[in-house]
Design a protein around this ligand. Structure first.
Ligand code: PRP
Ligand code: URA
Length: 207
């Protein structure tokens, strides 16, 4: 499996608006939504298809359909900001939710909420989260999704630190990772540098 860094001009343009500390909630959300649509196209590029016969108004031909249904899994909270954009491009996608929060005593990410459609094992599961920092939240979420049966998993993140990418590649070599932008590093508080700050807070207007 592979890691792909998109470096797409249109995504980079919109991401730069999101990175700006003076960008407000409305514009932040709108740009994340637009980027999600572009990422959905990129993330789904390698999905398997099978041949089916179709009759056009002119003649019969062999067309294609996806082999498996798609389940989106946002990591709460900030992952929610990517769901509408993905659903615009994949309207048939079902959505599972997983909430991960750091246990203040152990510093380990722990699941605090989970609800999934059935047939996780038969679906292409796309886990979405704007930020891949230490990689702890995404890696633990994927462990828990695998325990529930998921077999075909992709992870889509907007901004990643090299540390987070290394954790996913180490813990989940079977998972395709698609990242819009690779940043420089983590700071001492675990924030991505230069990053865009706290994605959940900026998305929901909390602080
Ligand atoms: C953010 C982000 C990721 C996580 C990344 O969520 O959306 O889930 O941090 O950090 P990591 O790679 O070091 O685990 P946060 O924990 O701030 O929760 P929120 O989405 O509810 O704000
Ligand atoms: N979570 C965020 O929202 N931003 C970061 O930079 C790191 C973790």
């Amino acid at each position: 499996m592979a890691t792909t860094i998109l470096n797409h001009p249109l995504i980079d343009h919109k991401l730069t608006i999101m990175r700006n500390k003076d960008t407000g909630t409305k514009e932040f959300r709108q740009n994340l939504d637009e980027i999600a649509m572009l990422m959905a196209y990129e993330v789904t590029k390698g999905l398997p298809t099978k041949n089916i016969e179709v009759v056009t108004p002119i003649c019969q031909m062999t067309g294609k359909e996806l082999v498996r249904p798609i389940i989106l899994v946002p990591i709460l909270r900030a992952g929610l900001g990517l769901v509408d954009g993905f659903k615009t491009i994949i309207p048939t996608a079902k959505v599972g939710h997983i909430g991960m929060a750091r246990n203040e005593a152990t510093l380990e990410p722990e699941e605090y909420y989970a609800k999934f459609p059935s047939c996780l094992d038969a679906a292409d599961v796309i886990v979405v989260d704007p930020m891949l920092a230490t990689g702890g939240s995404a890696s633990a979420a994927i462990v828990n999704i695998k325990k529930r049966g998921a077999k075909y998993i992709k992870l889509a993140c907007l901004v990643a630190a090299p540390e987070g990418i290394a954790v996913i590649e180490r813990d989940h070599p079977d998972v395709d990772l698609v990242v819009a932008a690779l940043d420089e590093k983590l700071n001492e508080k675990g924030y991505i540098v230069p990053g865009l700050g706290d994605a959940g807070d900026r998305l929901f207007g909390t602080d």
